[in-house]
Ligand binder design. Sequence first.
Ligand code: PLP
Length: 422
Amino acid sequence: MSQAAGQEPGAGLAAARTAYEELRAQDLRLDLTRGKPSPEQLDLSDALLTILQPGDVRAADGTDCRNYGGLQGLTELRTVFAELFQVPVDQLFACGNASLSVMHDVLAHAMLSVLPGAKRRWADEDEIRFLCPVPGYDRHFSLCDRFGITMVPVPLTGHGPDMDVVEELVAADPRIKGMWCVPKYSNPTGETYSDETVRRLAAMPTAAPDFRLFWDNAYAVHHLTDEPDAVLPVLAACAEAGEPDRAFVFGSTSKISTAGSGVAFLGSSPTNMAWYSRLTAAQTIGPDKVNQLRHARFFPDAAAVGAHMERHRALLEPRFAAVYEALEEELGGLGIANWTSPRGGYFVSLEVPEGCASEVVRLAKDAGIALTPAGAAFPGGRDPRDSQIRLAPSFPSVGEVRAAMRGVAVCVKLAAAEQAAA
Ligand code: PLP
């Protein structure tokens, strides 16, 4: 990437510095770090606060939701989300309030108890490794850190991980026990795994007999277009490939209803779910069924979830549009930045010249614009090319997104000009 065509390097740098000083003088206080729903999005689910009245506490099968029990979660809620998460209803649990804690628990269980197909507990292995498609979700990497799991980055291609790399690694290394996958509208690249990617992940020979895909379908219904992406049902693909126990499927309503007070789900093969159920029974007598009943009333079927997600989309689309408009106006055609325009999910991934991402984030911070730290989407917080920045436009207002992105563009121009002049 180079200086804008036709500009003297010195003149470009001086202009970029002036623009940056003007930006700083605006004394902005803007935040593009938070991949969380805006207050307006949360308002969409306010009915959850009053949907149950005294006396209305029984599930369809007569279960009194105020009492203990029902480890698997409410059947009517599981039925709705089984369709959306592409898991047979008998193999889907409705759990607590966050899928991240279910991922944590599955890892903890695998550490402490022998997974189906494993020779020993993961805690008894010398080393456990997970493949981490990058850029990826930083909290997956925090879980690996927490459990002492070595992270092995693998590149993404725009339609999922580079499968030639993945197949070679898992075939050769029995220490590779797992792989993080965000198959739809991935965080942060927005890409969706192709059918071929899913089939190859399901069928690839692995040196570890207890290899698992950690299939985090966090954005299963979070579309931003009229033609939603579709992902092959991973459990069916694994079963067809003769690897029925290969995948754990995670999801939640965090960005459907309320974040932190929604319902999380776990799905897998009957064998894996029996294993999980047995271990979880030691941990809890049952999930929060009152919250599950509220969700079941609010989302009586998959169509109700779809209609609700359209209302989210109406709030999200203008924010994403503001990102593209500002980037196109300020950086389009300059050859110093690329960005994704995802068909769903919560993020835009901005690519700046190699070696510039940290500097862009620093400049933005000094100008009052908070960005996700450069490198956050990579294991260890280190982007080897120092070029990727995650933009999260969902939370601020449209006006704030526009102002923040214009400011980011000024920072990109200055960082690129400084680098070109160095
Ligand atoms: N997985 C991915 C890929 C995410 O982006 C997020 C939130 O940003 C989560 C999981 C968190 O989900 P939960 O709120 O269910 O823990």
